[in-house]
Design a protein around this ligand. Structure first.
Ligand SMILES: [Zn+2]
Length: 426
């Protein structure tokens, strides 16, 4: 028996969307079971005033509530712009087709790069507000010229990459008018893995300079900790974060041969060696548990339900018929690409809390392993106290903010994990 899809566009789109949601739920269920953190005990957060001075926190809270407001205001910008572009395709598509001299791939490049630029322009006010806010509070130290250059470089890079994505998706939609969502799912997975692998060597250097960690004592510590963690790290780098911010941090990125740990130069400058050691141990724990690979796998696997949802939106708005091999077909293709872009922005927005939920689990695991590696919970407590002070953090952000935007456990939760160990040892 052959499965028959409804022929009318509404029911057919609804069916595709339902399949996308069901598949997404199933994948989340499997990965939550198979690719989660393990053996991390729950700890409760201690009272904030045991660790922080409440008058200092007032200042931090006003800085952070501004940041949260701006982050939340920024979320709908890309979907709104993409919707505006898709809804007006009858106006711009004929011009784009003329500009591209009737070539299918030029239509794809134009829609992709054009959308990247329009979205970047629409986001400038909120990005500028965030920059000025950070300058006002002294957390952002980057000069205006350098900031503008970074925004321009970022926009250029996005236009180039989304132009390529547009070309590929146009080719799929044109030559595989029925099966293109399958191609899109494969393309998303390839892009996610490609970015994870090549990002550290191709994208990160556009925005920061890095050098090998020089400090011989710290290097020795890293080698020792890596040994204890049972991982080999070829690259420990220090970046030039001090050119942009007073905040300190560290991260791991890359897969296989591009795997590296990057420490902010601000951390080495501002934090005592025991706290830097605690950070390094945390990053090594990410490496030991393959968190970059696991996170990349989450994102890549969700490409399939994302492609179904995008196909549902495209079909609902523009039908499911194959584009005719003429100008009308190319205009339909341009419109489909724009609706697909709207679908992609909606999926990305929906994935924000999901991605942060997964991230918090890995961060919790890295904290727990770091405590074992260093055997120095006091340094971990001092580290998070220092990070809150230097980054104007809030140890206990509102629950809604944490669920939506929190990529890490809250500082007071992280302090709670470490201080539970101190108490346990007493
Ligand atoms: Zn981490």
């Amino acid at each position: 028996m052959r499965l028959r899809l409804p022929t009318r566009r509404g029911p057919r789109a609804a069916l595709l969307a339902a399949a996308g949601i069901a598949l997404g739920g199933a994948i989340v269920g499997v990965l939550r079971w198979q690719l989660w953190s393990s053996g991390v005990p729950e700890v409760s957060a201690p009272p904030v005033d045991e660790f922080f001075d409440s008058s200092q926190l007032l200042h931090n809270r006003s800085y952070r509530s501004g940041l949260w407001t701006m982050a939340i205001l920024a979320i709908p910008i890309a979907p709104l712009v993409a919707w505006g572009v898709a809804a007006t395709s009858a106006r711009w598509a004929p011009r784009l087709d003329r500009l591209g001299r009737g070539r299918v791939l030029a239509v794809g490049a134009g829609v992709g790069a054009g959308l990247a630029v329009v979205i970047a322009l629409a986001e400038i006010p909120v990005r500028l507000a965030r920059y000025l806010w950070g300058r006002d509070f002294g957390v952002i130290t980057q000069e205006p010229g350098a900031w503008i250059l970074d925004v321009a470089k970022g926009t250029g890079l996005e236009a180039f990459l989304l132009g390529l994505v547009g070309v590929a998706l146009a080719a799929l939609m044109w030559w595989l008018p029925r099966a293109w969502p399958v191609g899109l799912a494969v393309m998303i997975a390839a892009l996610v893995f490609g970015t994870s692998y090549a990002g550290p060597v191709l994208l990160e250097p556009v925005f920061q300079r890095t050098a090998s960690l020089q400090d011989p004592e710290l290097r020795g510590d890293v080698v020792q900790l890596a040994d204890d963690a049972g991982v080999s790290v070829d690259e420990v780098l220090v970046n030039d974060a001090s050119a942009r911010t007073t905040a300190s941090n560290a991260y791991v990125s890359g897969l296989g041969g591009t795997k590296r740990i990057v420490i902010y130069d601000t951390l080495i400058r501002d934090a005592p060696p025991a706290e830097v050691r605690a950070v390094v141990a945390h990053e090594l724990a990410h490496v030991a548990r393959d968190h970059v690979l696991k996170g990349t796998t989450w994102a890549a696997a969700l490409g399939a339900p994302a492609a179904l949802l995008i196909a549902a939106l495209v079909g609902w708005r523009t039908g499911f018929a194959a584009p005719t091999r003429d100008r009308a077909g190319r205009l339909l293709l341009a419109s489909r690409l724009a609706w697909a872009a709207l679908g992609a922005t909606l999926v990305v927005v929906a994935a924000i809390p999901l991605g942060n939920w997964v991230s918090r689990a890995y961060e919790n695991e890295a904290d727990a392993i770091a405590l074992e590696l260093t055997g120095d919970p006091a340094a971990q407590v001092a580290l998070h106290q220092g990070l809150v002070v230097r980054s104007l953090g809030v140890p206990d952000p509102p629950r809604s903010v944490q669920l939506l935007l929190g990529s890490h456990p809250t500082p007071i939760e992280r302090i709670g994990r470490a201080s539970a160990q101190i108490e346990g040892a007493e």
